[in-house]
Each structure stands twice: as C-alpha cells, then as structure tokens.
Design a protein around this ligand. Structure first.
Ligand code: C2E
Ligand code: MG
Ligand code: MG
Length: 692
C-alpha cells in the first residue's frame, strides 16, 4: 500500500499535469488539485492541507516566483518543487534561492520521485526542528520566569568569568544595564580589598562544587550592600561555569551591629561599658609595651550618689549620670576612653602619657570637673567624686590588676574624706583585702546571732543617780574574737549592712528596756546610736515608730544619739524626721559634739534635747587649757540653747568633780561604769548604784 500524498499543482497544462500525476502515482497514493491562478492557489492553501506543491515555472499569468511568494505569505511550511520545460542553470539557482526545494525539467521526470522523497524528508526535518526550537523557547521562558521571581540577584558565569545569564534584580540592584553586564568583569562587583577573598571562594566552587561568602556588593554608583553570595558549579552544554544567588543582608547586619553595640556600650550613657574598657586597657598594654609610654587608669566613684537617686528619683539620677559622662568626655578628649563601669562608677583610660605627672594633672581636673556646678533638667546638683588612679607599668600589668588597684585607691580616697584623687601605692591593696574579708564576714553576723549589746550607765551629777544607759553594739566573731564597733560600723555603713544591724540593735535594746520596766526596775532612758547614713537609706521616723510599737517601749524612754555628720545629708529631710520623732516623744541628742562641723544655725533648726561632749575633750580637759575652754564653752552653749549637756568618756574622779563644778548635767564613762551586759546593768539599777 502506497503512502498517501496530497499535492497541489500549479500548472496550466492538463497534459503536463496528468503526466506528472502518473509519475507520482507510481510511488504514492496520490490526491491532487490543479490550480493556475494566484487566487486559486491562495484559496487552495487556505482550504486544504498539502504535503507538497509542484509549480510550473512559466504560467500565462503566473510564475514559480509568484508561487513561492504566495506560499511564503501563507506562513505554511510546505515544500515547493519547481518543474519547468526550460533548461537554464540560472533559473534553477534563482528558484532555489527563493526557497524552492528542488528544480526539475519536465523532460526528465525520472528525477521526480526521488526529489519528492527528499523534499518530504526535508519538510519532516524542519518540522521536527521547529518543535524542538519551540520546546527550547518554552524551557527558556520558564527559567527566565523562575530566575526573575527569585528574591535576590541571580548570576551565571562561565569558567572565564564572563556573565552568561542574570536576572532583572541584578540589573536593578547593581545599576548596570544588560549591555554592560554582558561584558562586565564580575570583579567590578567587589571592592579592591575583597577581591582576593572572592577569588578564593570561586576556586572553592570549582573544586568543591559549592561555596558561600559574605561580602560587600559594590553597586555601579559606588554604594556597598552587605551581601550573602552563594555559588554552585554548573555544567551546561559541555561548558563549565557556576551560578548562584546574592541576598541583601543589610538588615541582619544592622541587627548584629545593634547587638554588638549593646554588648560593649552602656545603654544609659552610651559610653563604653566594662567589657569594652577592659578590652581597651588590654590593647593599651600592648601598645604601651611597644612605644614605651606609660598610661593611666582613673577610677571615679561619685560620692553619695544615692542621695541624688533617693532624693530626686531614678530618672533624674540617670540624667545626672549621662551629664557627668558627657562632661568627662569633653574634658579628657578623644584619645582617652571614658567608660561607665558600674552604677555611679566611671573609668577613664589616659593613653600615651609622657610621665606620671601628666596623669596627676588630668586627675585633678577630673575631680574639679565633677565638683563644679551641674544643672540637669533645670535643677542644680552638687556632686563630688572620689577617684583612684594607677599607672601602667608601675601599678599592674594586666587590665584586671590595674582596675582592681585603681579601685583600691578610690576606696582610700573615700576614706580620706572624698572629693579627691588618690594614686595607688602597694600598701593599699593589703589593707583593702582585709576590709573586703571583714565585709564578707559581717554579712553573716546578724543571721548567725554574733551581735551583742552592752549597756553603759549615764548618771546625773546633781543627784548621783542613774538616769539612763547607752546601748553599745559588739560583734562576737568565732575566729576574730570581739570586734569593736569603731571597726565594723564604718564598713557596715559603706556596704549598706548598717540597716539590718541597726534594726537588730534598736529592736533588742527596746525589748530589753521594756523587760526592765516590766520587771519593776526604776524607769531609765535608753539611748541608741543611729548612723547618719541611715537617714539616707531608710525612713528613720517610721522605722522607730514601728519598733516602739512592736516592743511596747514608751517613746519618752527612747533617746537617739546622732553625730554631726548628719549635716552633710539632705537637711530638709533630717529636720522633718526630727520633728516627727519629737512629736512621738522620742529624745534626740548630738553625739561626739565638737568633732564634726556643726554650725549653730543647724543646731537651732534640729531642735534636739542633749549635747554630748566628745570624749577627746574630756580626756585632756584637765591637762590642756584649750580643751578645758572648749568643754566649758559647750556647757554654756547647751544651757543657753536650753539643751541638756552630758560628758562622755569620764574616767576619773577629778574629771567628774570638775564637770559637776561647772554645772554639766550628766556624765557617762568608765569612772562610774564601763559598758556592761544587760543583767549587770539591771543589777545596778536594782541595787540603786550611784555616784559617791
Ligand atoms: P559613742 O556613741 O561615742 O560611744 C561611746 C564610746 O566610748 C563607746 O565605745 C564606749 O565604750 C566608749 N567609752 C565609754 N566610756 C569610756 C571611757 O571612760 N573611756 C574610754 N576610753 N572610752 C569610753 P564603743 O562601744 O567602742 O563604740 C564606739 C562607737 O561606735 C560609738 O561611739 C558609736 O559611735 C559607735 N556605735 C556603737 N554601737 C553602735 C550602734 O549600735 N549603732 C551605731 N550606729 N553606732 C554604734
Ligand atoms: Mg553614742
Ligand atoms: Mg560619743
């Protein structure tokens, strides 16, 4: 069975047409249509489906060229064979040029069947090619859509580092046009200093199949974008290359930078924090070793900053700290580092000094700067700072040692009266170590029940009778033995332990006095020492009220002994606390009078009951005229202000007689009795002990 063949014949001669069809029927199951005008040809092309067109070369109104034109116009891909009666190589070449598949002579139709077979084969080939091309085009459209939908930039380079393909994002983000990208050297996307890294990553891609790198992407306009670039090796059509995507990581970088900043800068003042200053010191040590120049570390602690915080609120305290930080910064300049080391502590690193003298000069300026008038939020505050300083290489060779020694010196500065700078010396550190030890042990003193109270009688010089007693605390430590309050009270004041210790003292003493009352002993006043620092740390009036209520001791039987250093506190607060206490009925006295810096105007404002002449005056009163004068002056001052006056530390009969003679009201001291345990004091009361 022959293969079907649909032939459209452009031919004016019936004979020729029949002849040709005869030949074709020998090889095919032929169906044919003959046309001989352009219109008929167009209509036939539009109506039917044809495998082949056979066109005569010359027709009366038509030619093979016209046939080829009409077929081309139709867009159909049908092979055309031209059959002519004319012999002419030129004509043959011309028709082939115009798109004919073949050229045959009517006289020689033996070539027809093979020519048809070839033409059909060629038509099949081109149909197949078209299909493949279309498939490829679809594939390409698909991958274009895919790479253009990627969130980042896509690139594909060949082995010679030529850009093969990329997505729209690359054009948009880089700022380079497609034409520029087609010829660009991809190294232009990276800054000079990053190129070595990028090249080595590209090597990795070829050697290991993939790689990634975080690097700045250099845009055409010179801007840089932090980028994460990935790459994978890629072989395509036998050509080796690599492709990957780039992602903008600016957002992540910013977040990382924020975190990093938070980790090394203080959130409140934005100054370097303790981590960063430690690093800077360590770095400076290396530097100083190299250039042989010393550097200094200053440790500044604001004095009584708690007063500012408690008095005006933490927000204001924060603002003050920020202001102090700014001040320090502008004072020491940019080569120095100012860091916030803790609450109210600042560290200042002064690099590259000529000698230690330089540091002394700056240290003096820093103290003066902290001490100068400061207005924050429209409110004036008076600050002072105590500062310790040490010098590399003399005072330590690690950051830790330098900080610790500057800290020790700062403590020394505080104990020397604050508002000064103290430079480090070797002896200091041992002393501080002892103090730290003591502080650690003191923390356990109240819970472990290591505190004791002794009571020292006070006697009236007029009647000789016991009028009261003063409770004096002792610390009985299992290893240290009996520790004097002069040793541990100052430490307790510094580290805040004074609050629980005083609480224990007041409670125990009031309970004891109430027990004596209940036991029917003659009623006497109980004096308890209150540290000036307590006025900063707690509400003394309500604390006293509450303790009196809890113990049941009548307020008139309690006397509080306060030192003159109270004046250094917030005066208005002290005055108001005093009037609350007096309203309760509690008595108030000024202890160690004459040693501090009382002013008469304050004495009047405080409205106290008793002045206690400090024992240092009493001790030498009979040997030194000067002390005698002071004692007499205090007695007369007290009486003029309608205060009671008592002498403490009276040790001899002579002292006692002298004081009686000059109308001092009471005495307290070893002459009558040393401080004694509660039972012993009770025994004295019971037996009616009195002055001879
Ligand atoms: P102060 O309040 O001036 O107490 C008087 C000190 O003089 C007591 O020393 C007492 O033992 C001592 N003394 C008494 N009579 C004589 C004497 O004739 N000769 C000599 N040389 N000394 C005498 P103490 O008990 O060592 O206390 C020292 C200081 O410690 C007290 O001085 C007071 O300021 C403080 N203190 C004691 N107990 C407490 C307390 O419970 N709370 C507070 N905040 N401070 C306390
Ligand atoms: Mg006292
Ligand atoms: Mg005293």
């Amino acid at each position: 069975m022959n293969q079907p063949l649909r032939v459209l014949m452009v031919e004016d001669s019936d004979d020729d047409s029949a002849l040709i069809q005869d030949v074709l029927r020998r090889g095919y199951a032929l169906s044919a249509l003959r046309v001989d005008t352009g219109e008929a040809l167009r209509a036939a092309l539009a109506d039917g489906r044809w495998d082949l067109i056979l066109s005569d070369y010359y027709l009366p109104s038509f030619s093979a060229q016209d046939t080829l034109e009409v077929v081309a116009e139709s867009g159909l891909d049908i092979p055309v064979i031209v059959i002519s009666g004319t012999v002419g190589e030129e004509i043959a070449v011309e028709t082939l040029k115009l798109g004919a598949q073949d050229y045959l002579l009517k006289q020689n139709l033996t070539r027809l069947l093979p020519a048809v077979e070839r033409a059909l084969e060629a038509a099949r080939d081109s149909a197949r090619r078209r299909q493949m091309e279309q498939a490829l085009r679809q594939e390409r459209d698909y991958s274009d859509a895919l790479i253009n939908s990627l969130p980042g930039t896509f690139y594909h380079c060949d082995e010679q580092l030529r850009m093969v393909r990329w997505n729209h994002n690359l054009e948009q983000i880089s700022g380079y046009s497609a034409a520029e990208l087609a010829v660009i050297d991809p190294m232009a996307f990276f800054a000079e200093e990053d190129r070595t890294l990028v090249r080595s990553r590209i090597r990795d891609v070829f050697e290991q199949g993939e790689s990634r790198v975080e690097v700045d992407f250099l845009l055409k306009d010179g801007h840089r974008l932090p980028y994460l670039l990935t790459g994978v090796r890629f072989e395509h059509g036998g050509r080796l290359g690599f492709m990957g995507i780039g992602t903008d990581i600016s957002e992540r970088r910013r977040a990382e930078q924020r975190l990093h900043h938070l980790a090394i800068y203080d959130a409140l003042t934005d100054l370097p924090n303790r981590n960063l200053i430690q690093e800077r010191i360590a770095h400076q040590i290396v530097q100083a070793r190299a250039n042989g120049r010393p550097f200094a570390l200053l440790y500044l602690d604001l004095d009584r900053f708690k007063v500012v915080n408690d008095g005006y609120g933490h927000l204001f305290g924060d603002a003050v700290l920020r202001a102090v930080g700014q001040r320090l910064l502008s004072l020491v300049g940019e080569t120095a580092t100012v860091a916030r080391y803790g609450g109210d502590e600042f560290l200042i690193l002064l690099p590259d000094l000529n000698d230690a003298e330089d540091a002394h000069a700056v240290a003096g300026q820093v103290v003066a700067c902290v001490n100068s008038r400061l207005v924050v939020d429209g409110r004036e505050v008076h600050l002072s700072g105590s500062m310790g300083a040490c010098i590399f290489p003399d005072d330590g060779d690690t950051a830790e040692a330098l900080i610790s020694n500057a800290d020790v010196s700062m403590y020394r500065a505080k104990s020397l009266g604050r508002n000064i700078c103290q430079f480090f010396s070797r002896e200091m550190s041992a002393e501080t170590q002892l103090r730290i030890d003591l502080e650690t042990r003191l923390r356990g003193a109240v819970p472990a029940g290591q505190l004791r109270l002794l009571y020292q009688p006070k006697v009236s010089l007029a009647s000789g009778q016991i009028t009261g007693c003063e409770a004096l605390v002792r610390w009985q430590h299992p290893e240290l033995g009996l520790v004097s309050p002069t040793k541990f009270i100052p430490i307790a004041e510094d580290c805040g332990l004074i609050v629980p210790i005083s609480d224990w003292v007041l409670h125990t003493a009031c309970q004891q006095a109430k027990a004596w009352l209940d036991a029917g002993l003659p009623p006497v006043r109980l004096a308890v020492n209150i540290s000036a620092r307590q006025f900063v740390q707690q509400d003394v009036a309500s604390w006293t009220t509450q303790t009196l209520q809890e113990t049941g001791l009548p307020p008139q039987m309690l006397e509080l002994e306060l030192t003159e250093s109270l004046i250094a506190q917030d005066i208005d607060k002290v005055v108001s606390t005093f009037s609350q206490l007096r309203a309760l009925g509690v008595k108030l006295s000024i202890d160690d009078f004459g040693t501090g810096h009382s002013s008469l105007s304050y004495l009047k404002r405080f409205r106290i009951d008793t002045l206690k002449i400090d024992q240092s005056f009493i001790r030498n009163m009979l040997m030194e005229k000067e002390n005698e004068t002071i004692v007499l002056a205090v007695i007369s001052l007290a009486h003029n202000l309608k205060f009671n006056v008592i002498a403490e530390g009276v040790e001899t009969r002579q002292q006692c007689d002298f004081l009686r003679e000059h109308h001092c009201d009471e005495i307290q001291g070893n002459y009558f009795s040393t401080p004694v345990p509660a039972e012993q004091f009770a025994a004295m009361l019971r037996s009616g002990a009195h002055l001879p």
